[in-house]
Design a binder for this molecule. Structure first.
Ligand code: UDP
Length: 240
């Protein structure tokens, strides 16, 4: 697997198929691995937060999420095969899990949301085993309770929805104590799967405008998105 650096932050050159193949390798190979979906907000955060940067460097897989990452890579002369947003990876991941018998555990999001997402996934992928759901707490105060529940339920893959960087920090902090081989930070994916939050229509996604739709639906994102112009400027300033 080839990795590139965008403003110093690791991104792996994978497409959806090779990303799934890599996850299969991580599950089969044993050990414990983080899978992160790296978008421009992650990159800006990692640049000012060495702990987060180190967590991404230690990951088993850093997926290229967001058009900004694809654009930056192209500008650097190291084009990536394409985007692999975490939310788009979940359906094929669930299909593979159903086929190969991987058990999933859904951690995070508001109370009840993971359960609704699980219901949807079970309906769409007959045979899929979701061993449990728990909203829990993103911070260390919730770790013992969450770990206890995951250990009791069992899991091969834990999907963690606390938003970045909390979900990646949760996984890094608790990885060694998980029964699962893989922990994936999935952001708002349970909100979409459960139908609580509407996803941008296909045409907007194809035009790379999903961020605009999310901003319109959830205006509080404006503060987080304020780093995006700086991301673009720093990429433009970097020589290819
Ligand atoms: N969340 C949570 N606990 C927290 C903070 C966030 O459960 O302390 C959940 C929130 O409900 C949402 C997800 O984490 O389901 C973060 O989604 P967001 O849309 O911010 O992530 P993105 O997709 O933008 O990375």
């Amino acid at each position: 697997m080839t990795s590139i650096r965008v403003l110093g932050v690791r991104v792996d050159a994978v497409d959806p198929d090779s990303a799934l193949a890599r996850i299969e390798e991580l599950v089969a190979g044993g050990g414990h691995h983080l899978v992160a979906t790296v978008n421009p907000e992650f990159i800006m955060r990692a640049r000012s937060d060495p702990a987060f940067q180190a967590v991404l460097d230690s990951a088993g897989l850093c997926l290229p999420d967001g058009w900004g990452v694809i654009w930056a890579a192209r500008r650097q002369g190291r084009p990536l095969p394409g985007r692999v947003p975490g939310v788009d990876l979940i359906p094929p991941l669930a299909a593979r899990a159903a086929r190969l018998g991987w058990r999933l555990f859904l951690l995070g999001a508001a109370p009840g949301v993971a359960e609704a997402a699980a219901e949807r996934l079970r309906a769409d992928y007959p045979g899929l085993v979701i061993t449990g759901c728990h909203a829990g707490e993103a911070g260390p105060e919730g770790d013992e309770e969450s770990l206890r529940r995951i250990a009791a339920a069992g899991a091969d893959i834990v999907l963690v929805a606390y938003g970045a960087p909390r979900q990646e920090l949760w996984i890094a902090r608790n990885l060694a104590r998980l029964p699962a081989a893989v922990g994936i930070g999935v952001g708002g994916a349970f909100d979409f799967l459960s139908g609580r939050v509407r996803r941008a229509p296909g045409w907007m996604r194809r035009l790379g405008l999903e961020w605009l739709f999310r901003l319109a639906v959830q205006p509080w994102r404006a503060r987080r998105m304020a780093v995006l112009p700086r991301f673009a400027l720093e990429v433009l300033r970097t020589r290819a």
